[in-house]
Design a protein around this ligand. Structure first.
Ligand SMILES: Nc1ncnc2c1ncn2[C@@H]1O[C@H](COP(=O)(O)OP(=O)(O)OP(=O)(O)O)[C@@H](O)[C@H]1O
Length: 742
């Protein structure tokens, strides 16, 4: 291609095309590398680079700049400016009809109708419908049907035309319509988009950048306060999703907004941000301005502010002297008779956590959290109290039930909810003590929803390991509550699993202190050397090791969990799942195979649910195994899978929430326990080698840990103490409510 210039002059060339892929986008400075299909030659692709505003796949743009030859990357277009382009109304009508929106009108008919009536087509269908009969292919038989189907489709037509004009494809156009109608069945979705194009970003598959481009196409000014506010929201959403912070210092907005909204050079933007922030003081809308303990201003999404206020309020409402007698030495002596005697810190813990209605029990693996929880339950039951047990994930709840012999539910299930929407504040649990295990995984939404369901008289015991990774979603509730000092915290420090010869628990303590763990019968390190070949060798040694554990050690493959910090690399989740699938569950002739996201599922495959599905009663993190893949009456593949003892029938769509789980990430392993954990420790995992992540990984194992990799990487994983601090407003909210110890 010669550059497909639409216009040329003064050294500036221009061409238009659709972004196929955004290869790289630096959020700090806006530099982007994109693969673009030029309009003139859509079968070709060209690389476009430059500091550009908000690029996103599927966007159609006009690029202005120069072609250049890069020594390393070859010929590419260096764009100095780009403008989003839409589709004409006429083209949009064709796209609308061609997508099958009006049943009875196919592709050929669509072209004929638009050729004949152009942009006036819909007006003709409404006002002179008989005119359609002039078009070849429309006869008496199908005329009535077309008009009837038009009546059904017309509600959405204007919205869809607008979206097509903005350059969206058929699938996204339908998704927008569905999403907006669900959000507000009474409202007109066309008006919603026109008034606030940033609503588009709520639709899965549409990024903020794409919605922003649509807003600009619809005529929104770059410095429109609505755009500034939407940009601020986006920054906070990304901050919460990617880093777990629930607020951001005001001065940092200026720099981040300038990049996100491509406001470089717009001097006025410096005045606009304070102007938008001033409005926030009214406390209305999706953003609020809050102040830190030293008076410094922060901006926060209103929903996190609400969660934090709620948590602070409920902690202050619930906490106070326990209504039942504090556990005494005498009681401990009596109940522990015949069992091992509790250590000094365990006895103290029992007293501490029964003195207040709200208390925290924390400690590392094998230090006795479950043991102490069992004592607390027994004490409550003796005092005729009703006890409920729960945990943030299905796996953690199951383990709690097994360890205590009591019923334990996920927090979602306990709240009796089918969705992540806010809870009806009127409903309360009927119980006198609620125990939440693995509470380090509890995020702010979960905590605020749960706490508001506790009746005033109810006691709350949060059990968890504060050194584990914090919750996946934003916040650090357990750590904040511990730091606040407003509720008693019992901290266990002594490993007791040692009595049973556990090198895992001891190793975990060493890791937390930044020391290299002692290798033991159940804590092994397999050193792999080998330069460039290192990752490949490492993967091989992991697979050989697993094979040996099964053949020689007689361990069932299902007891072994590979945990790795990353998705990519030869020792990442993706590659290891493929190799383990081949090794542990090889293809057998004649087996049905379901290909999804490049993975060939077949009977015997280990799988994991990645979302809560209340209809199927499957929860994020539940692991199972495919029993059979077969065809249903329509010839569609369906999967029968076993999760614990329950069999579930999953269709292709439901399989979209399933991933193979021979290997999982450390984040996905949180709250789970596995008999054996095999994990790679390689320098290639770079910034994922940090202490709390490594600690979380190792402490998932009950019976054995096998680390495979290099000493250098092991030292990195232990030495590097990643800053786990997340910025939240919870401490300030607690201080406002309860003052004192914060
Ligand atoms: N004081 C003690 N003396 C002897 N053994 C103990 C003592 N306390 C706990 N144990 C034993 O140590 C093991 C670990 O205890 P427990 O399961 O309560 O710890 P945990 O903190 O819940 O561990 P994890 O977080 O790994 O589940 C158990 O087998 C338990 O019976």
């Amino acid at each position: 291609m010669s550059g497909n210039p639409l216009e040329q002059g003064e050294g500036v060339e221009s061409f238009c095309g659709r972004i196929k892929q955004v290869v790289f986008h630096n959020l700090e400075n806006g530099y982007a590398v994109m693969v673009v299909r030029p309009d003139e030659a859509p079968e070709e692709t060209q690389t476009v680079v430059g500091v550009l505003a908000a690029p996103a796949a599927e966007m159609r743009l006009c690029f202005h700049g120069q072609w250049e030859s890069n020594a390393k990357f070859g010929r590419q277009f260096k764009a100095e400016r780009m403008e989003p382009l839409g589709t004409t109304l006429r083209e949009a009508i064709v796209l609308f009809l061609q997508s099958g929106s009006i049943k009875g009108i196919g592709k050929t008919m669509a072209n004929r109708l638009v050729e004949r009536f152009g942009e006036a087509l819909f007006e003709v269908m409404d006002e002179r419908p008989e005119a359609l009969l002039e078009v070849r292919g429309v006869g008496k038989a199908n005329h009535g049907r077309i008009l009837k189907n038009w009546q059904k489709a017309r509600d959405d037509a204007q919205l869809m035309l607008l979206l097509y004009q903005l350059g969206f494809g058929a699938a996204l156009t339908r998704a927008v319509s569905k999403c907006l109608r669900e959000a507000d069945p009474q409202a007109d979705p066309l008006k919603m988009v026109q008034e606030n194009p940033y609503l588009l970003a709520q639709v899965r598959g549409i990024t903020f950048q794409r919605a922003d481009a649509a807003a600009l196409q619809l005529g929104m000014q770059r410095l429109d306060p609505r755009r500034i506010e939407a940009g601020m929201q986006e920054i906070l959403i990304q901050l919460a999703n990617n880093e777990g912070h629930t607020l951001l210092e005001e001065p940092r907005f200026h720099q981040q907004l300038t990049v996100l909204l491509a406001l470089q050079g717009h001097q006025d933007q410096l005045n606009l941000v304070p102007m938008v922030l001033e409005r926030l003081d009214l406390g209305q809308g999706p953003l609020v301005r809050v102040y830190g303990r030293d008076g410094s201003p922060f901006v926060q999404l209103t929903r996190y502010h609400d969660y934090e206020k709620q948590i602070a309020y409920h902690i202050s409402r619930l906490h106070g002297p326990s209504p039942i007698e504090t556990i005494s030495d005498g009681w401990i002596e009596r109940v522990s008779r015949g069992h091992f005697s509790l250590s000094v810190d365990q006895r103290q813990a029992l007293k501490t956590i029964t003195q207040d209605k709200v208390a925290i029990l924390t400690g590392g693996p094998g230090m006795g959290k479950t043991t102490i929880t069992r004592y607390v339950i027994e004490h409550a039951v003796e005092n005729k109290q009703t006890v409920k047990l729960c945990a943030p994930t299905g796996r953690a709840a199951k383990q709690l039930a097994e360890a205590t012999g009591e019923v334990a539910l996920t927090i979602h299930r306990l709240m009796g909810k089918g969705s992540d929407e806010s809870v009806d504040g009127q409903r309360k649990f009927e119980c006198d003590l609620l125990v939440v295990d693995e509470s380090s995984m509890m995020d702010e939404w979960m905590a605020s929803s749960l706490l508001q369901m506790l009746p005033d008289h109810c006691r709350l015991l949060l059990v968890g390991d504060a050194d584990q990774l914090p919750s996946v979603a934003a916040g650090r509730v357990l750590q904040d509550l511990i730091q606040s000092g407003v509720v008693p915290v019992a901290r266990l420090t002594e490993v007791h699993r040692q009595a049973e010869g556990s090198g895992i628990a001891l190793g975990a303590v060493e890791i937390l202190h930044g020391r290299r763990p002692q290798m033991a019968r159940d804590f092994k390190f397999v050193a792999v050397t080998g330069g460039m070949e290192h990752l490949h060798q490492c993967a091989n040694r992991m697979l050989e090791g697993i094979d040996k554990m099964m053949r020689v050690g007689g361990i069932d493959g299902a007891e072994i969990q590979v945990i790795t910090p990353m998705h990519g690399t030869e020792v990442g989740v993706k590659a290891l799942n493929e190799r383990l699938h081949e090794q542990l569950n090889p293809y057998q002739a004649g087996q049905e195979v379901l290909e999804l996201d490049g993975f060939a599922y077949r009977a015997g495959c280990r799988i994991m649910q990645t979302k809560n599905d209340y209809d199927l009663e499957l929860f994020n993190g539940d692991q199972g195994e495919i029993v059979e893949i077969s065809k249903d009456a329509q010839g569609e593949l369906q999967v029968i899978a076993k999760f614990d003892e329950a069999q579930k029938l999953l269709d292709r769509e439901q399989m979209g929430n399933i991933v193979p789980c021979y290997a999982i990430t450390v984040h996905k392993s949180q709250g789970g326990q596995f008999n054996y954990v095999v994990t790679p420790v390689v320098t290639a995992h770079g910034k994922m080698l940090y202490r709390n992540l490594f600690y979380t990984c190792v402490t998932r194992a009950r019976k054995g840990v096998v680390l495979v990799g290099s000493y250098e990487a092991l030292v990195m994983a232990i030495s590097y103490k990643e800053n786990m601090q997340r910025n939240t407003g919870l401490l300030s909210r607690i201080e406002e409510r309860m003052g004192g110890a914060v």
